[in-house]
Design a protein around this ligand. Structure first.
Ligand code: HEM
Length: 236
């Protein structure tokens, strides 16, 4: 009994630690990155703004605010106990998350088109938009069909893409530290590499979690909240 429950407790602790790190970093990035776009002043932007395109700053603002909301809401949706105790709240938060992703991705198309960061970065962001919308549509369709397991899998993938907003900034920070030692490193290259890495690494990590879930018998799966992650959610 003690021997079989020990790995389970370890797994639960591991999940909580990961979940906490994800929630805190999501909150931190939203709190740091979004406010410059609430002031209405293009001079506050953290990325260069094209002075000839009036819509550039606006598109960033319309992108960043719902993007930040999706980033903050996401982690709570993975909390099994919250979902089981209050399925209504899970549903409402899920709808707000969906609307936020739709609004943020629509504005991201404009932000990417106006971006002064170069073609490669633009292509990375267009791809991210397509993947963001595709995974959102798949997660929505699966829950409408009542397939909770598939809904969770597609949301792991979707939130991994939302979370690219966090990892992009982590890579940028690391890149800027490297630039202190290697002063010849151009900022544009750091930004470009960070944008692509934030997408590709997050996709790989998401697939790792999806495979992990598939390899653990459903009755033994644990997620933040302590219940098996397969606790049925309402099929709506
Ligand atoms: C996952 C899909 C996302 C895509 C496709 C995307 C796309 C973009 C694009 C194209 C830009 C302009 C970059 C430039 O001009 O070089 C941008 C900037 C920005 N994005 Fe996103 N983004 C995504 C997610 C998010 C999320 C979840 C947030 C939440 C915080 C966010 C917050 C911002 C902010 C604040 C900026 C302005 C740059 C800065 O101040 O750091 N984005 N994004």
């Amino acid at each position: 009994m003690t021997t079989s429950s020990a790995p389970r407790t370890d797994r639960r602790r591991w999940w909580w630690a990961l979940w906490g790190l994800m929630a805190v970093s999501a909150l931190g990035v939203a709190a740091y990155a979004v406010p410059p776009y609430l002031s209405g002043n293009p001079a506050d932007s953290n990325v260069p703004i094209d002075p000839d395109v009036a819509l550039h700053y606006l598109s960033l603002a319309v992108h960043a605010v719902p993007g930040g909301l999706a980033l903050i809401i996401g982690p709570s949706q993975f909390m099994t106990r919250l979902r089981a105790r209050n399925p209504g709240l899970h549903r409402v938060a899920g709808r707000i998350y969906m609307i936020s992703v739709l609004a943020a991705s629509g504005a991201a198309v404009f932000a990417a088109t106006f971006s002064l960061s170069g073609l490669s970065v633009r292509v990375a962001f267009y791809l991210l938009v397509v993947a963001w919308l595709y995974t959102l549509a798949k997660s929505y369709r699966s829950i409408r069909r009542g397939d909770v397991r598939l809904h969770q899998i597609w949301l792991i993938r979707n939130y991994a893409l939302t979370f690219a907003a966090v990892t992009l900034r982590v890579y940028l920070l690391v890149g800027l530290q490297l630039k202190r030692s290697f002063t010849s490193l151009p900022f544009d290259e750091i930004y470009n590499a960070s944008a692509w890495a934030s997408i590709l690494v997050n996709v790989i990590v998401a697939e790792y979690f999806v495979i992990q879930r598939a390899s653990v018998p459903s009755a033994r799966r644990e997620a933040p909240g302590g219940h098996p992650v397969t606790t049925p959610a309402p099929a709506r």
